[in-house]
Design a protein around this ligand. Structure first.
Ligand code: ADP
Ligand code: MG
Length: 397
């Protein structure tokens, strides 16, 4: 689950981390009020969307020459004018995809005097099963480009969970950023507090780009992008309360209500599969035959008929879907349960696109009989290869 920058900064502040003063604003009047409560003379008006690259982003509804999603303002009046221009508009950045994301709230922040911009992120490194720090002196720009062009400028190390954050980790951060004296001390404390916050709130990813040194020689987190481990949200109620559904795909929200592992993709073939491994294989084989999947969906091992029906409805309601492939290997999940779910859902959704069903495993004959006897227009398939070819041919003809 992702949260907004202003929420992330408020959270990090409670862990003793240095962030600028600022207030969220949902209307131009609130933006003006927020700016009035800040010292000035420099204010920053920041679009709050669940994506990065806002500074260089473009508003869909504004001329291409218009300013981006993060703007420096020199007066309270200018803050208000920017807010009027930005709120309700759609911001397209390198991370949003061409559809962009709607800006429903802004963060009005005190402007910093920037001396240096660094990069710092933390993530759960699955290779080492540890939390890793990734640090670079090349902040404020595309870290992907830095990693590609000058990988030696990126320093990375991980924390042994048995010892936790040690003083030498702090020294490693300071060294990587070329900081000495008091700034090195600030870096040590910053790393420690970030590590504590990361563990305590079950973060999956935290990216500070840029981490700055101000002209007053203070470290400050100027941006904060945080994702939390969805599997841990049951024990992070205060984090869960920060969820902003307006930033999420409505299909994914609906799927999460039914406890379905669903991720929307860009292709045209809707997939209903049980088991994440089989779902991945299904996506691969669709690509192999030259089409692209519209979604990843794992209905899980022990899905009920209701869950299958819900899953089918979500896929069928997606206008991008030109055909559906149901691929089930019945183990714990029985083929007849899936078949009943598909038939029940088909009766309520008036499906206009071809449907290929491949069933294998427990109660497969019962499942096939239910589909055959339903009188529905289903293309049966015998194995994964056959199923993929059939749905690809069906959407093309
Ligand atoms: P994004 O990464 O989504 O573009 P950032 O929060 O990193 O958004 O802002 C983009 C740039 O705007 C930063 O790299 C920084 O140069 C500038 N900026 C952001 N916040 C402030 C601030 N409070 N004071 C001064 N400059 C800022
Ligand atoms: Mg940034």
């Amino acid at each position: 689950m992702n949260i907004h920058e202003h929420q992330g900064k408020a959270l990090l502040k409670t862990f003793g981390l240095p962030v600028s003063a600022g207030y969220p604003a949902f209307t131009p009047a609130e933006a003006e009020q927020a700016a009035g409560a800040l010292p000035g003379p420099l204010y920053v008006v920041k679009s709050q969307i669940h994506a990065g690259g806002r500074g260089k982003g473009k508003f869909k509804e504004l001329p291409a020459a218009a300013k981006g999603g993060v703007r420096l303002a020199k007066s309270v009046e200018e803050v208000r004018a920017f807010a009027e221009e930005m709120l309700g508009r759609t911001l397209v950045t390198a991370q949003t995809g061409p559809a962009g994301k709607q800006v429903n709230r802004l963060y009005i922040e005190d402007g910093s005097d920037i001396d240096k911009e660094f990069y710092l992120s933390m993530l759960v490194d699955r290779g080492t099963s540890r939390i890793a720090f990734v640090i670079s002196t090349e902040g404020g720009m595309d870290i992907e480009k830095v990693a590609h062009d000058t990988p030696e400028k990126i320093v990375s190390f991980s924390i042994d969970p048995a010892t936790g954050y040690m003083p030498h980790h702090g020294r490693a951060i300071a060294r990587a950023l070329g900081l000495t004296g008091d700034l090195a001390k600030q870096a040590e404390a910053l790393g420690r507090n970030l590590y504590t916050a990361f563990v305590a709130t079950d973060m999956a990813l935290l990216e500070i780009n840029p981490l700055i040194v101000t002209k007053q020689q203070r470290l400050n987190l100027l941006d904060a992008k945080i994702s939390f481990d969805s599997n841990a949200l049951f024990r992070q109620q205060s984090i869960l309360a920060l969820r902003d559904e307006s930033q999420e795909d409505p299909k994914e929200i609906e799927a999460s209500k039914h406890d379905l592992a669903y991720i929307a993709l860009d292709g045209s073939i809707g997939c209903m599969v049980n088991g994440a491994g089989l779902a991945m294989a299904t996506l691969d084989i669709i690509q192999l035959y030259g089409e692209a999947p519209a979604n990843f969906l794992d209905v899980g091992g022990g899905a009920s008929e209701e869950k299958v029906t819900a899953a089918f409805r979500i896929i069928a309601a997606d206008p991008k879907v030109k055909g559906i492939l149901v691929n089930i290997f019945g183990g714990i999940m029985k083929c007849d349960v899936i078949a009943r779910g598909v038939v029940a859902a088909m009766k309520t959704v008036n499906l206009q696109v071809p449907l290929v069903v491949r069933l294998e495993g427990t109660n497969v004959e019962d499942g096939k009989t239910i589909i055959r006897d339903s009188g529905l227009n289903v293309i049966p398939a015998d194995d994964l290869d056959d199923a993929a070819q059939k749905i690809v041919n069906a959407v093309r003809s």
